[in-house]
Design a protein around this ligand. Structure first.
Ligand code: G6P
Length: 611
């Protein structure tokens, strides 16, 4: 959460910063601000989106070749102009942008106030910038030393960039828990929370590690730890193109990402699956495979949509590999007293690779001796670095706050993992293995077919766009799909929606059903088809409106339901990948018709780096 951008070099900083903030806005959009140095630092900040900041500064001359910018998701202090970043220290020597939380800020603030320092905002960030200035002035030390000493006193998480007005030839950046990437140009450096603002200038990047402090001049970068150990920066090449991070003609990122799914799934299994000769490999599992095969239990952890993918994983591993699985919200798992055995395998799922609760749960599992694997989308993010092995999803950058293509890529990886483990353990025969691989390869084409019916989904959306509540029902693999469908609708259209296992409907939600309640039933053909037909009848008997996702050609449910959305027939283990597509599009169209900001829904952020 929160997007950070910084620039030092020979370009005008303002355009680099403002474009960077637009790319990072998906990380938070409560307020935005910039500071540019040109003889002295100027600061402009505004509640609202980056476009509000742009309007605010329009007509002002903002020159300078060094600057920082921030787009905020509020933690401490309501979103307003004062709490917006950058924050400036009491004697105006330091300007700071920060992503993360300073947990001991209250105690530090009290101490600084006792020494006469006045605060204007309610933020933890203002405490940090004042602590740096206090140490700088009191200790008569350089900006770098003041920053390192201050950070050694801080408890919490940060990704930050600092300007010191007394030392205007440099930016100082530091990371602990919140990601920072530095783009290396020709006598210029770019700093950002992720690579999206950097890729149009350079593909050479340095990912900062926790406790790194970078002292960045336009022609020199020195990397140290907070405790002053010099580090050797490792320059890596970005595998990202500018086309991956624009809307490519789509009205919204979310729509683009929904339509990208045939390709993102293909990219996820490309080079890992082949049908001639039949083969399925995941390089990131080689080293840990003996331990996976010995494991008595898999614990899957994640948050939000990634947790839903984990639930699909539970069915996959149980069906294909006959291993017992528990799926846990990372935020609950980390604060329980869970029983973690040394021979447990923990799989952490995360699009961003930065979710604070997931990272903390990983740490806890590793401390207990479990092997932890990651399924992540963002290359170079924290989770892949904190795990013993894992698999990237290769879905490409996901910018829309509501996750779509990351979910299907995660499920694809889980399916591949379960097939490999099932085959190794002897639960999948040679013939089944061939069938599964052939079926997986066909999934992108089947999704294309579903996407081609988009006008139908739009038409149904127009009928129910004013509903106040939706219920989503599914059984087996379709239960997590029901949860995901409901989450998509809530997130972007602000309609209350609940996902339920269809059979549980009778234990409560059935009381809600009346002629105004649309009930989305995922009723594609599987072993519980007959049961779900009965559930549809139960809804219809109470005058509910049934929108059913069915297997192509299903005549029985067509007779019963008010609307049917068809998906191609597929092996049940891959069916979640198909069934979720109509639900994504239904939510998307409803949200657009209700005038909601689909890519940046209120109060949400793409990457939740605070607990
Ligand atoms: C936020 C996002 C969701 C995402 C969840 C977990 O809530 O808005 O789309 O599913 O975080 O994020 P992760 O990056 O760990 O998958």
């Amino acid at each position: 959460m929160c997007g950070i951008v910084g620039y030092i070099g020979d370009r005008e900083a303002y355009p680099v910063l403002i474009n960077g903030l637009k790319r990072l806005e998906y990380r938070g959009y409560d307020s935005a601000g910039i500071s540019v140095y040109n003889g002295k630092s100027v600061i402009y900040k505004k509640k609202g989106k980056v476009s509000d900041l742009e309007k605010f500064v329009s007509g002002k001359k903002i020159n300078g070749k060094l600057g920082i910018g921030h787009t905020r998701w509020a933690t401490h202090g309501e979103p307003n102009d004062v709490n917006a970043h950058p924050h400036v220290s009491f004697h105006k020597k330091f300007i700071l942008i920060h992503n993360g939380i300073i947990e001991n800020y209250a105690r530090l603030r009290e101490r600084l106030e006792n020494r006469g320092i006045k605060f204007v905002s309610e933020t933890d960030t203002e405490v940090l910038v004042n602590l740096i200035e206090y140490i700088y002035e009191k200790g008569n030390v350089s900006a770098e030393i003041a920053v390192r000493l201050a950070l050694s006193k801080v408890v919490g998480a940060y990704g930050l960039v600092i300007i010191c007005n007394d030392e205007p030839d440099k930016l100082i950046a530091a990371r602990k828990g919140s990601p920072l990437v530095i783009g290396v140009g020709n006598e210029e450096y770019f700093i950002a929370s992720d690579a999206t603002p950097i890729v149009e200038y350079t593909k050479s990047v340095i990912y900062l590690n926790d406790n790194d402090v970078a002292i960045i001049k336009k022609d020199e970068l020195v990397l140290k730890t907070v405790s002053n150990n010099t580090q050797t920066p490792r320059i890596q090449q970005l595998d990202l193109d500018i086309g991956d991070i624009d809307k490519s003609g789509y009205e919204h990122f979310m729509l683009k990402e929904i339509f990208e799914q045939p390709r993102s799934i293909l990219d996820t299994f490309r080079g890992r699956v082949s049908n001639k000769p039949v083969d399925l490999r995941l390089g990131g599992l080689y080293d840990v495979m003996p331990k996976i095969l010995k494991a008595n239990r898999i614990i899957i952890i994640g948050c939000g949509t990634s947790w839903h993918a984990g639930l699909v994983g539970e069915y996959l591993f149980e069906d294909l590999a006959r291993v017992s699985v528990e799926v846990e919200y990372a935020s609950e798992f980390r604060y329980r007293n869970p029983i973690i055995n040394k021979d447990d395998i923990v799989i952490a799922i995360s699009q961003s690779g930065e979710t604070a609760d997931t990272l903390a749960a990983i740490k806890m599992a590793r401390e207990a001796g479990a092997i932890v694997l990651g399924i992540c989308n963002v290359v170079g993010s924290s989770i892949p670095r904190e795990t013993d092995g894992g698999v990237y999803t290769h879905a490409g950058p996901e910018i829309g706050v509501a996750s779509t293509k990351a979910f299907t890529a995660q499920v694809t990886v889980l399916a591949m993992m379960a097939i490999i483990v099932g085959k190794e353990k002897g639960f999948i025969s040679k013939e089944q293995h061939i069938d599964l691989i052939n079926e997986l390869i066909k999934i992108p084409g089947k999704i294309e077919k579903i996407l081609s019916q988009d006008s139908k989904f739009k038409e149904i959306a127009s009928l129910y766009k004013h509903a106040n509540n939706f219920l989503y029902l599914g059984r087996g693999y379709f239960f997590p799909v029901a949860l995901e469908g409901a989450l998509k609708l809530k997130e972007i259209s602000y309609i209350h929606a609940e996902g339920y296992p269809a059979a549980e409907m009778k234990h409560g939600p059935i009381a809600l059903i009346d002629e105004k309640m649309p009930v989305v039933v995922i009723a594609a053909k599987d072993s519980s088809y007959e049961k779900i037909v009965s559930n549809i009848q139960e809804v219809k008997a109470r005058n509910g409106i049934v929108i059913a996702v069915v297997t192509e050609g299903d005549k029985v449910i067509r007779e019963l339901a008010d609307h049917v959305l068809e998906i191609p027939e597929a092996n049940i283990v891959f069916s979640a990948l198909l069934a979720v597509i109509p639900l994504q599009l239904l939510s998307y169209h409803i949200a657009v018709m209700r005038g909601c900001n689909v890519d940046q829904p209120r109060n949400l952020a793409k990457s939740v780096t605070v607990e």
